[in-house]
Ligand binder design. Structure first.
Ligand code: NAD
Ligand code: ZN
Ligand code: ZN
Length: 344
């Protein structure tokens, strides 16, 4: 089969032919119908060779949707032909956190060598994908594969970040979204669907700000040195009760801290390497800072239900597998509006 692989540290990903995978006991083989390109893959491909955490070559793609093509021995509960989304942050399935569906916070994944597809295990940017266990599949139930696939990460991750802040996003509250790319443009819509808060979106790129307005942001602000002051002014200097930073660079985490209100939640989702000091005098009183990772199995069901309710409009640009390297070039250059989706 064809697969998009990152083969050597520092090189561009390549489309290659690899053996067709076969499902072993307990595994499920999917024929991939859509695979999303996440900015985290750009980070992975920028890491140096010293202590690079994954074996190479690595088939990319940690957002995947497909049709069940074959079942390994002993698999029950799914049938050939089922259209399913893949829950990506695989865990052991048995530890305390996995028992609660929070496989993203599995206590034993590292020790057992369990890695997500596309982030260690062979990923979804291929004609076929092996899924280690049917519990990692969620039925699509009528959702379109191309617009559903970003929900498995670009939807799930903002949903998981936003959910704990819902009690603070009461009428009259403000939520700030920094970075309106794949994650951010869905984050804006999750906020609009679940809260009455005013949503202010911040980005460096005018096209992304236009997309933010299209998907429901009340206000947009260009990301520069004046941005934090503008956002504070929009809130009557009260600040925002929840800030979601989908960039995570040093300037954006500082902006996140600067626009926060007292008792705000500051959620740093982007892996841009920025850090924010906490302690008296650094942030508004009682502000909380978190760095959430992906989401739980239950939350993936909830995000797909939100899409079925018709309140999420996922913007995608589609590419064939052969064009996948181009999709990553554009993602790197910041010219994808919404999510790039590979249709093998
Ligand atoms: P993306 O490239 O689609 O979007 C990033 C957006 O940020 C773009 O619209 C870009 O214009 C904007 N941006 C860049 N610099 C900015 C700045 N200084 N101020 C404001 N906006 C700026 O990326 P994505 O796939 O949505 O991923 C977003 C981030 O989240 C990445 O860092 C990615 O690695 C990370 N991520 C984290 C998790 C997690 O579990 N924590 C999961 C998925 C992705
Ligand atoms: Zn991702
Ligand atoms: Zn576990």
């Amino acid at each position: 089969m064809k697969a998009l692989q990152y083969r050597e540290v520092g090189s561009a990903p390549e489309v290659v032919t690899v053996p067709d995978p076969e499902p072993g006991p307990g595994q499920v083989l999917l024929e991939v119908t859509a695979a999303g390109a996440c900015h985290s893959d750009i980070s992975v491909m920028s890491w140096p060779a010293d202590d690079f955490p994954f074996a190479l070559p690595l088939t990319l793609g940690h957002e995947g949707v497909g049709t069940v093509a074959a079942l390994g021995a002993g698999v029950t509960g799914v049938a050939e032909g089922d259209a399913v989304a893949v829950y990506g942050p695989w865990g052991c399935g048995r530890c305390l956190n996995c028992a609660a569906g929070k496989e993203n916070y599995c206590l034993r994944a590292a020790e057992l060598g369990i890695q997500p597809p596309g982030l260690g295990a062979p990923g979804s940017m291929a004609e076929y994908l092996l899924v280690d266990d049917p519990r990692h599949l969620v039925p699509l139930n009528g959702l379109d594969p191309v617009t559903a696939v970003p929900l498995t990460d670009a939807g799930l991750t903002p949903y998981h970040a936003i959910k704990p802040s819902l009690p603070k996003l009461v009428p009259g509250a403000t939520a700030v979204v920094i970075g309106v790319g794949g994650l951010g443009h869905i984050g804006v819509q999750v906020l609009r669907a679940l809260t009455t808060a005013r949503v202010i979106a911040v980005d460096v790129n005018e096209d992304k700000l236009a997309l933010a307005r299209t998907v429901g942001a009340h206000e947009t602000v260009r990301s520069d040195e004046q941005a934090a002051a503008k956002v504070r002014e929009m809130t009557g200097d009260r600040g925002a009760q929840a800030v979601f930073d989908f960039v995570g660079s040093q300037p954006t985490v500082e902006m996140a801290g600067a626009v926060a209100s007292v008792e705000a939640d500051i959620s740093i989702v982007g892996i841009g390497g920025g850090s924010l000091p906490v302690g008296f005098g650094f942030l508004p009183f009682e502000a909380s800072v978190s760095a959430p990772y992906w989401g739980s199995r239950g939350e993936l069901h909830e995000v797909l239900e939100l899409a079925r309710a018709g309140v999420l409009s996922v913007h995608t640009e589609t590419y064939s597998l052969d064009e996948a390297p181009l999709a990553y070039e554009r993602l790197h250059d910041g010219t994808i509006n919404g999510r790039a989706v590979i249709v093998p």
